[in-house]
Write a protein that binds this ligand. Structure first.
Ligand code: NAD
Ligand code: TYD
Length: 341
């Protein structure tokens, strides 16, 4: 199959491109704008693979997308491309609407015109909003996004639905919980804490640290996406999650233990505005219909991730020495959102 992967230079996209090239016979075209989060080092070694091609560009560029779909006779699209970080969406909501909503609509229109056989939208559990102490999100749960990031992803899901319903595009939507693993940009909780701990810097925990996320190893997300792409029913949405809930503070303590660093590095900082208290996914549908199950338990996945960041220090040091430093200062420096005290 000829697959267009968008956002393939980012965290999950790069893991997915690597997975597809390693485990299938498919041809993979990676369309990525290379924003701050896109890094071709994540795909080093694959440049000469005859089944792989990188195209530098924007999912919002209609002419480029139409050309790539035709030129490569694309049969399936997997849309990972997005602005993905909640804290950045508080600063620049418009960029999130442009990329995540308008970009997705441009891609949908082109895919519909090219009559691709499958369009998989990689969405998130954050579209469902926040849970209290109990309960889980099912596919039928109401959409109640709270951050500009979550709102832009929910809007994109609805545009996908419309292209399926009205134009007959075979659209599939996946909504996954928080991912962790190799190549995750060190602005997200787990890689940020690992990198800070390795550098002996404070570990900024938002609010009381009792916010709960449901963590899934990135490769388990890739196998779920692949199952939905090949065997999912068009028009359907599939939740993906590991049934692996952790309060943030417990994750941070676990990482410090694995890295043999002191808990005194933990610093409680002001809470994130609008911070969702708890996410938890009911993944019964994908388990039942497609037989998918995660293959990694958390202890194993986190320890492999810690090892990866320890062994690939130059990867994240290069990122942290560049433009990311200005963002980090803006968020966590004196006078920044999380640096006020
Ligand atoms: P990421 O920020 O690491 O990567 C995003 C990639 O998209 C980058 O390579 C970037 O260059 C590219 N991109 C951004 N704008 C683009 C544009 N206009 N055109 C083409 N490429 C563009 O994100 P990630 O964590 O890998 O997330 C990938 C997808 O999975 C996103 O859609 C996100 O909403 C979704 N998701 C992420 C998680 C998670 O825990 N990280 C969980 C559920 C769903
Ligand atoms: P994050 O990785 O940004 O993912 P999301 O907000 O999309 O779930 O954050 C995961 C959790 O960790 C979330 O509750 C916010 C919290 N967090 C911190 O406490 N400190 C930090 O520096 C970051 C980046 C996140």
């Amino acid at each position: 199959m000829n697959i267009l992967v968008t956002g393939g230079a980012g965290f999950i996209g790069a893991n997915h491109v690597r997975w597809l090239l390693g485990r299938t016979e498919d041809r993979v075209i990676n369309l990525d704008l290379l924003t701050y989060a896109g890094n071709l080092e994540n795909l080093a070694g694959f440049e000469d693979n005859p089944r792989y091609r990188f195209v530098h560009g924007d999912i919002g560029d209609a002419a480029l997308v139409a050309r790539v779909l035709a030129e490569e006779r694309i049969e399936a699209v997997i849309n990972f491309a997005a602005e993905s970080h909640v804290d950045r969406s508080l600063d620049a909501p418009r960029l999130f609407i442009e990329t995540n909503v308008l970009g997705t609509q441009t891609l949908l229109a082109a895919a519909s015109a090219a009559r691709v056989a499958r369009f998989l939208q990689v969405s998130t559990d954050e579209v469902y909003g926040s849970l209290g102490a109990t309960g889980t999100f099912a596919e039928e749960s109401p959409l109640a996004p709270n951050s500009p990031y979550a709102a832009s992803k929910a809007a994109a899901d609805l545009v996908c639905r419309a292209y399926g319903h009205t134009f007959g595009l075979p659209v599939l939507i996946t909504r996954c919980s928080n991912n962790y693993g190799p190549f995750q940009f060190p602005e997200k909780l787990i890689p940020l804490m690992i990198a800070n701990a390795l550098e002996g810097k404070p570990l900024p925990v938002y609010g009381d640290g009792l916010h709960v996320r449901d963590w899934l190893f990135v490769e388990d997300h890739c196998t779920a996406i692949d199952a939905v792409l090949r065997r999912g029913r068009p028009g359907q949405t599939y939740n993906i999650g590991g049934g692996n809930e952790w309060p943030n503070i417990e994750i941070v303590r676990l990482l410090l233990r694995l890295l043999d660093r002191p808990e005194s590095l933990i610093t409680f900082v002001p809470d994130r505005p609008g911070h969702d208290r708890r996410y938890a996914i009911d993944a019964a549908k994908i388990r039942r219909e497609l037989g998918w199950a995660p293959a990694h338990d958390f202890a194993q996945g986190v320890s492999a991730t810690v090892d990866w960041y320890r062994d690939n220090r130059s990867w994240w040091e290069r990122i942290r020495s560049g433009a990311y430093r200005a963002y980090y200062e803006r968020m966590y420096g004196a006078g920044g959102r999380y640096g006020g005290r």
